[in-house]
Write a protein that binds this ligand. Structure first.
Ligand code: 4AD
Ligand code: MG
Length: 467
């Protein structure tokens, strides 16, 4: 092997390196191999692009024996001349001169030997599925969206604020929590009343994985002005749906001096920015997924990024549903928590564009949302998307200490766990707002995939913690 610098496949294909018979060096995994007695063609992928580079092995230079380990899934290192391709489908190819095999992949054993596996099958092979075209595309889009999110907020002067993953408060009420403990499962120490004695646990109290970084995020916003969190959150709910995970990533901006309108404006601008960023930066991957799974994907993304979202109160939304004449599985009446079928009727059938629904009944929303003058609704806002349903949930926050205490008491939330949160309302309280975007729901929307388990490398859902 010559001492030359490796190129990524993407660089070779985008014309960054011109084919002037110069020697290039590539490393990657074999996707396919075909050919005849004189020449063998290998499609090599190194993860940098949905596209493969074609490598041509002339059989007068390479023996059958030397090429034997080159089967689907094997990892190889090739040097050769970058030349204009004579075949269709690519502009350049590599005429191989040197070959090194890093690792063979026995065709009798390699699970991804054939093309066209179902997504269900690939879920069972989550350790290898990043090597498929579909998951390569999804994971590159996922990366681009994460980057876009940081860029959006950084450009706006928001600070990335790190909130803890282990917490001792379940104030949010967003879902059942996963407990974190070092107490022995069998012989946990007990108090005199026979209860587990958490004072002898690692943190001296009961602890769990966080369901949201919002409450700590509010501490950041009431000091730094505008912050956002972006981290994993955990919910031990037993919801086996294509839109729920037990471990999912959430982005939670929190802004001092923002009211609900400012909050809605930010949410709309933010989500459109992310979609446009993906359209501009992930065109090849989106085109591939569209071709494979969802022909309307690009149109849908452009449509949502270009439309003004409808803004509507919950009460108006309920009226539309009641007048619709539709027979819903869950009957509609003021006060219900909207089900996916209701949200999707509004978005996909009635308005045919994203809807921001506001001012929900206080009984179905969290304690921290600002109470409206009517005394029965709160300044909540949910952004509802086609195919997805709720993609963002947020609100203006209750900044009045007294009203917040009342909301906590009405819901019987243990006060002693809340003292640090209440201090924001005791000292220099301000009007403020925020929201949470479910990252995987955004990735689901942008990739056009059907199941949230297929847009995170290692999904966590009830009964599944293999990889
Ligand atoms: O509506 P949620 O529960 O709101 C909060 O957690 C607030 N603390 C947010 C805030 O105001 N800072 O969750 C926010 C979003 C949902 O709209 C949804 O997109 C996503 O998180 N989400 C889930 N995504 C995947 N799996 C789950 N189990 C999810 N639960 C919520
Ligand atoms: Mg919600």
């Amino acid at each position: 092997m010559k001492d030359i610098r490796r190129s990524r496949v993407k660089q070779l294909l985008c014309g960054e390196i011109t084919p002037e018979q110069q020697t290039v060096d590539v490393k990657g995994w074999v996707r396919t191999r075909r050919g005849n007695k004189n020449v063998q063609f290998v499609a090599l992928n190194d993860g940098s692009s949905i596209k493969n580079i074609q490598i041509v092995f002339p059989l007068d230079t390479f023996s059958e024996e030397a090429l034997k380990p080159i089967t689907t899934g094997a990892s190889i290192h090739v040097q050769g001349a970058l030349v204009p391709s004579q075949g269709k489908g690519q502009s350049v190819e590599i005429l191989a001169e040197e070959l090194e095999v890093y690792g063979a992949a026995d065709p009798a054993e390699y699970p991804l030997q054939k093309k066209g596996h179902t997504l269900e099958f690939l879920r069972e092979k989550a350790h290898l599925r990043p090597r498929t075209n579909t998951f390569g595309a999804v994971l590159r889009i996922r990366h681009a969206l994460a980057f876009a999110i940081h860029k959006f907020f950084n450009d706006k002067g928001f600070y990335y604020f790190h909130t803890p993953l282990i917490t001792a408060s379940d104030c949010e009420g967003a879902g059942a929590m996963f407990q974190v403990t070092t107490l022995p499962v069998k012989d946990a120490p007990r108090t005199e009343d026979g209860e587990i004695d958490y004072s002898r646990d690692f943190f001296g109290k009961m602890a769990a994985l966080t369901v949201s970084g919002q409450l700590e995020g509010e501490l950041g916003a009431t000091a730094l002005g505008n912050i956002y969190t972006f981290g994993p959150t955990f919910r031990a709910e037993n919801s086996n749906t294509p839109r729920h995970l037990c471990e999912f990533w959430m982005i939670e901006p929190e802004m001092a001096f923002y009211d609900i309108r400012d909050n809605m404006d930010l949410a709309e601008e933010f989500i459109k920015y992310c979609i446009n960023y993906a359209l501009e930066n992930c065109a090849d991957d989106i085109a591939f997924l569209s071709e494979m799974y969802d022909k309307e994907l690009v149109d849908r993304l452009r449509h949502v990024a270009g439309e003004e979202f409808v803004r509507l109160s919950y009460t108006e939304g309920i009226e539309i549903l009641e007048k619709s004449g539709r027979k819903f599985e869950f009957p509609v009446k003021w006060g219900i928590d909207l089900a996916s079928e209701h949200e999707r009727y509004l978005v996909e059938t009635h308005f045919r564009k994203p809807v921001i629904l506001t001012d929900y009944p206080k009984e179905i929303k969290a304690f921290y949302m600002k109470l409206n003058p009517d005394g029965r609704t709160v300044r909540a806002m949910d952004v509802l998307f086609p195919k997805i349903g709720e993609i963002i949930g947020g609100s203006e926050r209750e900044e009045s200490y007294d009203k917040l205490i009342q909301a906590i008491e009405e819901r019987h939330i243990p006060m002693k766990d809340m003292w640090w949160y209440l201090d924001t309302r005791r000292f220099g309280t301000v009007p403020h707002s925020g929201f949470g975007l479910g990252f995987e729901r955004l990735v689901l929307f942008v990739t056009g995939m059907q199941n949230i388990r297929d847009v995170i490398p290692f999904p966590r859902f009830p009964g599944n913690c293999e990889f």
